[in-house]
Write a protein that binds this ligand. Structure first.
Ligand code: TRH
Length: 398
């Protein structure tokens, strides 16, 4: 059988979500499905954070079985791949699109969209968009949480590795030791915190400081760090910092490779995550989690957050669902609103802890439910389906 070739185009808008998703997808397609993958990235420094052996100075390099290319302005003349993935509507170079149109067998061109739980996603998944001038069709491919969407990225061995880790007290103890931490005290909570700057953050730290049980917060270096450092009266923070106050201890962790980040999520009791990819990884970690959604100017992100909540809470008792709703709403404030907000957050956190065992059981059932719909597999099925329709001369649609 011929090896399928695949070009993935990734423009890094900001942070690590765009490249996090593309790098994960590239590796799954290459390692698990045998595709020959070329990844075009316009910011190799971001990729280097996820894969430290990447050299941002090289325009072309092979890493982890992927051909990594610097997506530079003067785009080289290359033969387009059979499967072309435009991540998050990043707009392909014009000369590349023209080259696609010149192929005798046109590539299957897919725009991989951002993840959303909103209803309309199911209706738009796989919709064709014919090119206005060229004999090309681009298809919208939507990740999602229901069987009518493209599903989520899930490595074939991930759940097995997670279960092996979570069921092995020695592995967990060794993990904590690798971070320089002792074994967990009987009543201690361990919480990972990966978020954007957040007006609710100082209040949350205060709640933890005065909480009834010891809480260790594992904080990867990043955008929340300056706020946490300021809470402890520091001008700045860095990896290795270890701050204590009351019942709260904060340990600043380095930003690690994605596999290391998964282990952090597997080991913690509660995970605060953000954006898109860490949000999905928390769902595979099957632990209660709190989502800091990527804020959008017009506030539409709250609609997205509530759409996810509606799906996620199916099967939860109303009071448990309410506890989750309240904490997520309080953790995604539009502005800081002082004392009233603080009271709401405190109540929300305490309720979240009260319903913790139910939320933990639910997170496992939810993870299991999602795991049947794998994005990389669906993408390949779609590639084959479109290829068959193209070869038999049918105008490909849904
Ligand atoms: O970094 P994010 O905020 O990314 C994005 C982008 O901002 C994007 O433009 C936006 O549209 C999208 O969010 C919604 O959050 P995200 O998606 O969670 O990406 C973070 C990535 O970093 C994820 O792949 C996990 C990874 N990561 C590590 O590999 N190691 C680490 O130590 C940590 C903390 C994260």
């Amino acid at each position: 059988m011929n090896t399928i070739t695949c070009d993935i185009f990734c423009a890094v808008v900001d942070n690590y979500g765009d490249i996090g998703v593309c790098w994960r997808l590239a590796r799954q397609l290459a390692h698990e499905h045998g595709l020959k993958v070329r990844l075009w990235v316009d910011d190799l420094n971001s990729l280097q954070r996820l894969s430290p052996s990447v050299d941002p100075a090289l325009v072309e390099q092979e890493r982890d079985g992927i051909e990594v290319r610097d997506w530079i302005l003067s785009f080289p003349k290359v033969e387009p791949a059979q499967l072309v993935i435009e991540a998050f509507a990043c707009e392909l170079p014009e000369c590349y699109v023209l080259a696609m149109a010149e192929q005798r067998q046109k590539p299957v061109w897919v725009n991989l969209e951002y993840l959303s739980a909103e209803d309309w996603v199911e209706g738009c998944h796989k919709l064709p968009s014919p090119h206005p001038r060229l004999p090309l069709v681009k298809y919208f491919f939507f990740p999602g949480f229901t069987p009518q969407t493209g599903g989520l990225l899930l490595e074939s061995s991930l759940l097995m590795r997670r279960d092996a880790f979570q069921n092995a007290p020695q592995a967990i103890a060794a993990y904590w030791q690798s971070l320089g931490l002792d074994a967990r005290q009987p009543d201690e909570l361990r919480v990972s915190l990966f978020s954007y700057e957040n007006p609710a953050l100082p209040e949350l730290l205060q709640i933890w400081e005065h909480g009834a049980q010891p809480l260790t917060c594992l904080l990867p270096e990043g955008r929340a760090l300056p706020q946490v450092a300021a809470y402890f009266g520091q001008k700045q923070g860095r990896e290795g910092d270890d701050w204590h106050r009351g019942n709260l201890r904060v340990r600043v962790l380095p930003f690690v490779e994605p596999e290391g980040y998964d282990e952090l999520l597997w080991a913690c009791d509660v995970n605060f995550v953000r954006g898109e990819d860490s949000f999905v990884r928390a769902q595979w970690a099957v632990r209660p989690f709190v989502w800091h959604i990527y804020p959008q100017h017009d506030g539409v992100h709250m609609q997205k957050l509530r759409s996810f909540m509606d799906l996620y809470c199916v099967g939860l008792a109303p009071e448990t669902a309410q506890a989750l709703h309240r904490l997520w709403e309080a953790w995604n404030p539009s502005t800081s609103s002082g004392q009233a907000h603080s009271v709401a957050l405190k109540q929300a956190w305490n309720d979240f802890l009260t319903y913790g065992p139910m939320l933990r059981a639910h997170s496992r059932a939810w993870g299991l439910q999602l795991s049947g719909n794998k994005l990389a597999l669906n993408l390949l099925d779609f590639f084959r389906e479109i290829g068959r329709m193209r070869d038999s001369g049918i105008q490909a649609g849904r």
